[in-house]
Design a protein around this ligand. Structure first.
Ligand code: MTE
Ligand code: CO
Length: 431
């Protein structure tokens, strides 16, 4: 699918993905698990297959000067962030989604990190950028980017999840693909300065108990953060995965608020005010507040609770062959590390433990796998994670029993994918 074919509605989304799956030849390629026996050609142009010499072995390739900033192979051009046009009124205050079904491991490549902007991408010349610290401090300060880079720095791997991730799914299965249902999450290695060091440089006055972080984008987005969190593990970050932050992610400076809702991770960070109470900004009153069934609301729901999703197979990544397959997914918790992930093939009746592989770090994505021997039977795939506080990811029914269906935010319920006998997958719910 190209960007031009972006879905126009939930139903359209579903039909489009299903027909794409059928045209993609899922049924045609069903066969034995291992088709690598000599003589089984598989897909591809016969002219490039053994015993012929393929094109790329006959000519010299590009030299080292041809690609000064490396890009993925042209055969991976479909691996892109995607948006859902009808979701928001404008593209400047909108969101696109990480293609989770095309990724593996736990690191999100910089170019594929989802974006959420309230006023478009600010294009900032770092020479013209300052970070101001004011409010209940002994010395108000103004830092250049060079000043910030002279503080001792740390490297930390964290997930960032928008509180609205899976928000469209509160009332029922809606968007057909984990990119759209769960793709408002990414996980990169940040390099930055502990916020504590910068606040200590300014000196906190008695009564200081909250900070307010403000962005330099046209929305001037701002959020209040309790001082204990600010002094604990928050960072003022200028690098992601080793290189400078991307403009989309807040270049040249963003706040990192580990495990807490993405909205608080202010991008294009220009000011931190210290105060004695929350500021009650738009983003923490009318937004990022969960309306309960009885009309009351949950405020300051900062922590992102444990959540998991099977990324493969999933609606955008159908099963292609019977026999041995790899089931894969991601789990994360804003309260700590993932201790265990279970998967079910029958909509939550029976569970087995998944195999976690790769680093298991607090407040970072965790990768899990399960061997899947599939003989064409219908499956109802689910994953359920437990974090190291013992918190168990709830079912959607459990979540709705407590929160109702008015919420947009903090939907961490168990996701179900229906796998049909032709290998295609669909977003469904089990009752
Ligand atoms: N910071 C500013 N200045 N402006 C914004 O629009 N969006 C917030 C947060 N920080 C936003 C911001 C929201 S809602 C989220 S989920 C995260 O940034 C998204 O970060 P990302 O674009 O790096 O994925
Ligand atoms: Co958000």
């Amino acid at each position: 699918m190209t960007q031009d074919e972006a879905p126009k509605g939930a139903q359209a989304t579903r039909r489009r993905f299903l027909s794409a799956a059928a045209v993609g030849g899922v049924a045609a390629t069903l066969g034995p698990a291992r088709a690598a026996d000599l003589g089984a050609p598989g897909p591809g142009d016969p002219a490039n297959l053994p015993p012929n010499v393929p094109d790329w072995s006959k000519y010299l390739g590009d030299g080292v000067a041809a690609r000064p900033y490396g890009k993925p192979s042209k055969h991976e051009a479909h691996v892109v962030k995607r948006d859902v046009e009808w979701l928001t009124a404008s593209r400047e205050s909108s969101v696109n989604f990480t293609p989770l079904h095309e990724l593996d491991g736990i690191i999100t490549p910089n170019g594929l990190c989802f974006e959420r902007h309230h006023g478009g991408i600010a294009e900032i010349d770092p020479a013209d950028h300052r970070l101001m610290i004011n409010g209940l401090v002994d010395k108000p300060l103004l830092f250049t980017m060079d000043d910030i880079k002279r503080f001792p720095r740390v490297n930390r791997l964290y997930f960032l999840e928008c509180a609205a991730n899976s928000g469209m799914e509160w009332r029922g299965a809606q968007l057909n693909g984990c990119q759209f249902t769960h793709g408002m999450v990414h996980c990169v290695m940040y390099t930055g300065v502990p916020l504590k060091l910068i606040l200590e440089e300014a000196g906190l006055k008695p009564g200081a108990s909250w900070i307010m972080a403000e962005g330099a984008d046209s929305s001037g987005m701002n959020r209040s953060v309790p001082l204990p969190k600010a002094l604990d593990d928050c960072l003022v970050a200028f690098r992601m995965n080793g290189e400078a932050l991307r403009p989309e992610q807040g270049y040249p400076l963003r706040l990192v608020v580990p495990g807490w809702e993405g909205n608080m991770w202010v991008k294009w960070l220009r000011r931190i005010e210290v105060g004695d109470a929350p500021w009650m900004t738009r983003e923490e009153t009318s937004k990022y507040t969960d309306l309960l069934a009885d009309g009351s609301s949950r405020r300051f729901t900062f922590v992102m609770d444990a959540k998991s999703v099977i990324t493969n197979p999933s609606p955008q990544a159908p099963l292609k062959a019977r026999g041995q397959n790899v089931l894969s997914g991601l789990a994360w918790s804003g309260r700590g590390s993932i201790r265990r992930v279970d998967v079910s093939l029958d909509g939550g009746r029976n569970w087995r433990e998944a195999r976690i592989d790769g680093p298991v770090l607090p407040m970072a994505l965790t990768r899990f796998y399960a061997d899947l021997d599939w003989q064409g039977e219908e499956l109802m795939l689910q994953s359920r994670c437990v974090d190291d506080t013992g918190y168990v990811q709830p079912t959607k029914a459990e979540l709705r029993a407590v929160r109702g269906v008015n919420s947009i935010y903090h939907n961490n319920g168990v996701q179900t994918w229906l796998v049909r006998s032709d290998g295609s997958c669909e977003n469904v719910e089990v009752s």
